[in-house]
Design a protein around this ligand. Structure first.
Ligand code: ADP
Ligand code: MG
Length: 354
């Protein structure tokens, strides 16, 4: 959205270096599919793979991953596990977002015509504050049996993410922004978030702005999702609402999410699940990670490759309906990937927009 974000950093002879963080569970196999497809289409991207050991208590691997993302400017990631039970070892995924100051998260929630769901033709963009709120990771036991957990809301971050949302809406021809909150109970913290979005809304008279309490929002989403356009919310509500919408559209294996700061961008599957139970079984839906890789190609300005791959994915999912079991199909992960590779050739030859 901001200018700096659109300038990809590490570019050598037209190729981009991108940090790849496979993470745990199905992450590594999904990354394998991305690499296979990128090789096939000749995407001008070189991956720098960083594995993060989930069992160690120090954060050397995470710091190294952060260093490489700072160098490359862009990352593609699975969900990183934190297996240590020591309270001082905090979530690596959260640490990465916080340390790279990727304050805005965007989840593109668009229905897939080929995936059977109760609601059709949904087109929602969720914008989530990605670095503070309930994820401040400031918890302590003040006296025995009493845990305090800090929810931190700042004027500056509320303003940055609200600005991001309205600019996003303006740029993408969106009509409405809905701020989701619980300001009736959390009067100061969510109150600040809501007030900030209301203030910024005045600068965008062409975009309608309303707000909704999180509880009602969840009910409205499952009952009447078409009323939503762009949704803006704090970190924890964003995590929950994102998963609600993924569920409505067909589950964990489809949508992709984007983390943005002023300098770095990281792309990943939308629900941020590890999928540990289904790892190595050739049944994980590869689409979410492939969609994340398409978002990344677009961010890098490789529009030809992004468009080719998006059309091939759309043909596989919506026309041929080659689907994994999680979305009602009977194909394996690799059969879905093979279909996409076949379709790359088809969509490249004919110009039919799919
Ligand atoms: P978490 O990472 O929060 O522990 P899980 O890994 O348990 O979440 O994932 C939640 C659910 O979503 C599980 O039932 C898992 O099998 C399913 N899931 C996650 N990713 C995929 C995928 N790519 N394809 C199919 N199912 C998936
Ligand atoms: Mg898991």
């Amino acid at each position: 959205i901001r200018k700096q974000q659109l300038i990809p950093k590490a570019q050598y002879g037209g190729r981009h270096a991108v940090t790849m963080l496979p993470g745990g569970g199905i992450g590594p196999e999904c990354m394998g599919y991305v690499r296979e497809i990128f090789k096939y289409i000749g995407a001008p991207v070189d991956f720098e793979v960083v594995d993060i050991d989930p069992t160690v208590d120090n954060d050397d691997d995470v710091q190294y991953a952060i260093t490489t993302i700072k160098r490359n400017g862009v990352g593609l990631k699975g969900n990183i596990e934190t297996k240590s039970e020591a309270a001082y070892v905090t979530s690596r995924n959260v640490a990465l977002r916080n340390e790279l100051d990727m304050y805005a998260y965007v989840l593109n929630c668009k229905s897939f015509a080929g995936v059977p769901t109760r609601h059709k033709d949904i087109d929602i963009q969720i914008i989530r504050q990605n670095t503070e709120g309930e994820y401040a990771m400031l918890e302590h036991e003040s006296v025995r049996g009493v845990i305090e957990s800090m929810k931190v809301v700042t004027a500056s971050n509320s303003e940055r993410v609200a600005r991001f949302a309205f600019e996003f809406a303006k740029k993408n021809g969106r009509k409405k922004v809905t701020t989701v909150h619980k300001a009736n109970i959390m009067k100061l913290s969510d109150g600040l978030f809501l007030e900030t979005s209301r203030r910024l809304a005045k600068e965008y008279p062409d975009i309608e702005h309303n707000d909704m309490i999180i509880d009602n929002c969840c009910m409205q989403l499952v009952a009447k999702p078409h009323q939503f356009d762009v949704m803006l919310m704090t970190n924890l509500y964003g995590s929950i609402v994102s998963n609600v919408v993924c569920g409505i559209l067909g589950g964990a294996g489809l949508l992709s999410g984007r983390n943005y700061g002023d300098h770095y961008a990281v792309f990943e599957p939308g629900t941020r699940n590890t999928g540990t139970a289904i790892a190595g079984k050739n049944i994980a839906n590869p689409i979410a990670m492939i969609n994340a890789s398409i978002d990344m190609l677009e961010h890098l300005g490789h529009h030809f490759h992004a468009d080719l791959l998006r059309r091939a994915v759309n043909k596989t999912v919506n026309v041929d309906r080659i689907l994994t079991p999680d979305v009602g199909g009977s194909s394996s992960s690799s059969e879905v990937v093979d279909s996409i590779i076949d379709n790359i050739e088809t969509v490249a030859k004919n110009e039919i927009p799919i």
